[in-house]
Design a protein around this ligand. Structure first.
Ligand code: AMP
Length: 280
């Protein structure tokens, strides 16, 4: 089993020893309760780097006051087994006090954090950018791996890396889905049987949108309307947003000239799920 490291000092010891040997280091930031989506990132990182650190930290600062920080699922022993199997060297699982020792500093990316998920989650991306910056400074990886599942996060992290001159390559990994199309997520564990079935409206609606675009539909409004209509057929679903935006600026587009990001957030009962696709 791989070491479960609790302190910043100890992770740094590992990284320093690897660096002395001239080894490359990959980082996979996660909030734990790992599934096949996370595994795909870890395996890719293990392929492309000599050593991989997986951070496993339910970061309190990226949750709003009425969100699911307390109830977010946790299982560090199971996570460590998956990390070990997927080829990671170390799992970094700090307590909040270790990460935020009376901290007064925040990292904040403007503009692209105010749209999409940022509208309903106003402090979320400050929390993400701050913790990701800290992890970058603690682990000093050559590469860091992020899933396209959280497409806005990926876009925000890329911008932060560019703006703050982090010397780290950001690697984007495709969305891993259940056999029936539902994007894998730690939050899927909140769904009861009925909600689990209802949750399929996310991937189904996006397939319809994608097909429209592939068949030559250029109107973003028409594609969004088709996606909305499919979700609205599902009585347990409540739309947070359906947007089609340019992938780098996250600004809404009217006419679809590729590539665009079609992103949705939908409440299934009390559980907020996200999904997306990017046109080629
Ligand atoms: P989380 O633990 O939800 O914060 O996710 C950690 C990383 O895994 C993020 O970069 C996510 O985008 C990525 N991830 C989560 N679910 C999936 C998935 N179904 N497919 C690919 N990547 C994922």
């Amino acid at each position: 089993m791989i070491p479960i490291v609790k302190t910043i000092e100890e992770v740094r010891k590992y990284v320093k020893a690897w660096r002395r040997e001239g080894l490359s280091v990959g980082l996979v930031p996660t909030m734990g309760f790992l599934h096949e989506g996370h595994r795909s990132l870890i395996e890719r990182a293990a392929k492309e780097n000599d050593r991989v650190v997986v951070s496993d930290f339910v970061n309190p600062t990226q949750f709003g006051p009425n969100e699911d920080f307390e109830s977010y699922p946790r299982d560090i022993e199971k996570d460590a087994a998956l990390c070990s199997d997927a080829g990671a060297a170390v799992i970094f699982n700090p307590e909040a006090e270790e990460m935020y020792d009376n901290a007064l500093t925040k990292v904040s990316v403007d503009k692209i954090t105010k749209v999409l998920c940022g509208k309903t989650r106003p402090i979320h991306f400050d929390g993400v950018c701050t913790v990701v910056s800290k992890l970058f400074n603690i682990v000093t990886p050559d590469r860091a791996y992020f899933g396209q599942k959280d497409a806005q996060q990926l876009c925000v992290v890329r911008k932060m890396v560019k703006d703050l001159n982090f010397d780290i390559e950001i690697v984007s990994c495709p969305i891993i889905r259940e056999a029936d199309g539902l994007a894998k997520s730690s939050r899927n564990t909140y769904l009861n049987d009925e909600e689990r079935k209802a949750a399929l409206c996310l991937s189904r609606s996006l397939s319809i949108g994608r097909e429209l675009i592939e068949n030559g539909e250029h109107s973003a409004e028409a594609v969004k309307a088709a996606i909305r209509a499919e979700i609205e057929k599902e009585p347990l679903a409540k739309i947070d947003y359906v947007e089609i935006v340019s992938f780098d600026t996250l600004e809404s587009v009217e006419s679809i000239s590729k590539p665009v990001l079609a992103a949705i957030a939908v409440y299934i009962g009390k559980t907020r799920l996200i999904d997306n696709f990017i046109t080629e």
